[in-house]
Design a protein around this ligand. Structure first.
Ligand code: HEC
Length: 197
């Protein structure tokens, strides 16, 4: 009986050893071939959940009130929408979004959300390296020596973004409908004061 038990436990131990050997065989590495389609899909997903449309896609008036103008998706502040004059004595200490949601007034002056579409007036001619520098280091147009991107672009939130996410977002943006739109240059705060005179 004792001998039998020994044989059984011996066999069990052998099975365990074999099992652990099987487990330790390294898994066949999957080659990371990511198709362009899946990159675009992931980029679109990231852009949606990261709220890029909130500032970069202009609003238009729809049947139920203001809605995103998806024909102009991510094209930034439309060049045909003028900035109305306003009294900076009342707006002082406030941050205000224009009706389009793409022009924003604050202590830094007025900033206009950039054109992120695949058009040449957007990011059509940008390299991925430029895009990375804009998003992670807040460099305007992603070029060294350029000014820092103004608020409320939340680039500080993106400093830890992974390279593969940058690639996905950039691939998606390059696949967007090109919208020709030259976004106006920001207006400095002292210029805004001048508007009220
Ligand atoms: C809260 C509003 C807001 C959100 C959200 C936002 N942006 Fe911006 N973004 C802006 C504004 C405003 C500017 C222009 C600032 C300036 O002129 O310095 C800008 C500028 C940029 C620029 C630089 C454009 C250029 O020509 O140099 C890039 C690139 C950019 N945004 C990408 C994104 C992406 C990608 C997302 C989402 C992950 C995003 N932004 C989310 C407001 C926003």
């Amino acid at each position: 009986m004792k001998k039998n038990l020994l044989i059984i436990s011996g066999a069990f131990a052998a099975v365990l050893v074999i099992a652990s050997c099987v487990n330790s065989v390294p898994a066949v590495k999957e080659t990371a071939i990511v198709s362009k389609d899946s990159l675009i899909k992931r980029g679109s997903y990231l852009v949606t959940i990261m709220g890029c449309n909130d500032c970069h896609t202009p609003m238009k008036m729809g049947p139920k009130g203001p809605e995103r103008d998806m024909d102009r998706m991510l094209s930034g502040h439309p060049d045909y929408i003028p900035i109305s004059k306003f009294d900076t004595t009342t707006t002082k200490n406030w941050v205000l979004f224009g009706m389009s949601g793409t022009a924003i007034v604050g202590p830094w002056g007025t900033s206009f959300a950039g054109n992120l579409t695949s058009d040449a007036t957007g990011i059509g001619n940008w390299t991925e390296e430029q895009f990375k520098k804009a998003l992670k280091q807040g460099k305007f147009k992603g070029l060294d020596g350029n000014r820092t991107i103004l608020p409320p672009m939340p680039w500080e939130n993106y400093v830890n973004i992974k390279d593969e996410d940058i690639t996905a977002i950039f691939t998606f943006l390059k696949s967007t409908n090109p919208v020709k739109n030259i976004v106006p240059a920001p207006i400095s705060p002292d210029k805004l004061t001048a508007y009220t005179r």
